[in-house]
Design a protein around this ligand. Structure first.
Ligand SMILES: Cc1cc2nc3c(=O)[nH]c(=O)nc-3n(C[C@H](O)[C@H](O)[C@H](O)COP(=O)(O)OP(=O)(O)OC[C@H]3O[C@@H](n4cnc5c(N)ncnc54)[C@H](O)[C@@H]3O)c2cc1C
Length: 396
């Protein structure tokens, strides 16, 4: 409903030019004026973005007095995700490359119960309300395993349930567990969950008679581009709102349903702040056009698709719900190889959506690994077998 209402208003507004089928490639900063830009400097400014027109396949330069990123999450870092295909961490990667500040990337939320249906992307979400309604998690041996992990059983919080399922899958070498509703009233269950009933029925699963196969899926990125209370990033004239941003409001573990509220509040605050300050800025001059001389279309798409598969596998197997120092080290080494190959290919290639998304996912994967590595404890969504406890943090 938010998206529908917003789209209607945007299309009606006379001052808004809507560029559909355009993909932001990189932010424009002093770097594009030939100046040396270093990370964490306080005087980096954003002058707009280079944007790929997906129809003409040309990169255009869009200059702006202020820029706002609202590019969503990065669920496609992982093999199984509930996120739409656009969730490739583009905003985080662009800000990172522009030398802005990114934080809290180790806190990736996995939804415990997405429908196990290999090949379906995004994965279909089996709402937590179903467990609230009485659904019980069972492993493939039929055991109600949740009681082993938490006295709240199947009603334990998201991160606890996701970790427990992950452990059951690893112990037994299974691909999924079951959500069992067969003890509940068929009529009431189906009335209460008409969409899930219909979706499962389309796959031959009767939710009142069959157990539903479920797996955890990457769902929400708590970290992102660090912003203040007005959505300002650490790059001047650049705002970030929604899942791309890290406001700190979700801490290390987002409570369900808080992200849309956060996005709306920060969007309003950012817009207000930008409107107040825009008269102070001029459009930048002498920003060069995109230069793709000497580049060609990559001849083999497999160079991109294979690397993408590998990134997802590395992140899923080593940097997923449960991590360890060894897994993180392996992930670092393997991602580094893919990073080099992809950067080399990017330099030689005409820009395309797929290579940009791959490059962005590699940047974001690197940040998740780096931040996971530097947190020597387990907290919220970050769980490391080598440091299973949370460190005491005294409020400052
Ligand atoms: C299945 C599901 C259920 C959820 N349920 C809830 C819920 O009940 N309550 C809740 O609070 N949250 C929920 N969430 C989380 C919430 O929906 C998301 O966090 C939120 O929609 C993110 O909004 P956003 O505006 O930041 O990004 P998005 O809505 O993902 O929008 C990002 C936009 O940026 C565009 N974009 C991305 N990259 C580029 C680029 N390089 N160039 C140009 N455009 C780009 C995309 O095309 C897209 O239009 C759910 C998420 C999922 C996946």
């Amino acid at each position: 409903e938010i998206q529908r209402a917003l789209s209607v208003q945007v299309r009606k507004h006379p001052n808004i030019d809507l560029l559909e089928k355009h993909f932001a490639v990189d932010l424009i900063t002093q770097h594009h004026l030939g100046m040396l830009v270093k990370r964490h400097l306080s005087d980096i400014e954003c002058y707009g973005a280079y944007v790929l027109d997906l129809k003409t396949e040309k990169v255009i330069k869009i200059l702006s007095k202020t820029t706002l990123l609202a590019s969503g999450g990065a669920g496609h870092l992982y093999s199984t995700t509930t996120n739409p295909p656009i969730a490739t961490g583009d905003g985080v990667a662009m800000v990172y490359r522009a030398k802005g500040i990114i934080e809290n990337m180790e806190f990736v939320q996995f939804h415990p119960t997405s429908l196990y249906n290999p090949g379906e992307t995004p994965s279909y979400l089996i709402s937590e309300a179903m467990r609230g309604y009485g659904g019980i998690l069972r492993n493939q041996l039929g055991e109600k395993f949740m009681n082993k992990y938490d006295k709240r059983g199947s009603l334990a919080p998201r991160d606890v349930v996701a970790r427990a399922i992950d452990n059951e899958l690893k112990i037994h070498g299974h691909d999924f567990v079951y959500l069992d509703n067969t003890h509940l009233s068929e009529k009431e269950l189906k009335e209460h969950f008409p969409n899930i009933t219909e979706k499962c029925a389309s796959l031959g699963i009767d939710i009142a008679r069959d157990r539903i196969p479920v797996v955890p899926a990457a769902h929400y990125m708590c970290g992102g581009v660090k912003v203040d209370m007005d959505g300002q990033t650490w790059i001047k004239r650049l705002y970030a709102v929604g899942e791309v941003s890290s406001t700190g409001l979700h801490g290390a573990n987002r409570l369900a349903s808080n992200s849309l509220i956060e996005a709306i509040v920060y969007a309003a605050r950012s817009a207000k702040h930008a409107v107040q300050h825009v008269p102070e800025y001029q459009l930048a001059e002498q920003i060069p056009d995109w230069d793709d001389s000497g580049t060609t279309h990559p001849e083999e798409m497999v160079l991109i698709t294979q690397n993408l598969k590998e990134v997802k596998q590395i992140m899923t197997n080593y940097v997923g719900i449960v991590r360890s120092d060894l897994r993180l080290e392996r992930a670092t080494v393997r991602l580094e190889i893919i990073y080099r190959e992809t950067e080399d290919l990017y330099r030689k290639s005409k820009v395309s959506l797929r290579i940009c998304q791959l490059r962005n996912l590699i940047n974001v994967g690197y940040l998740v690994i780096k931040m996971a590595n530097s947190r020597k404890e387990s907290r919220g969504l970050h769980y490391n077998l080598d440091y299973p406890k949370s460190l005491d943090i005294k409020p400052s």
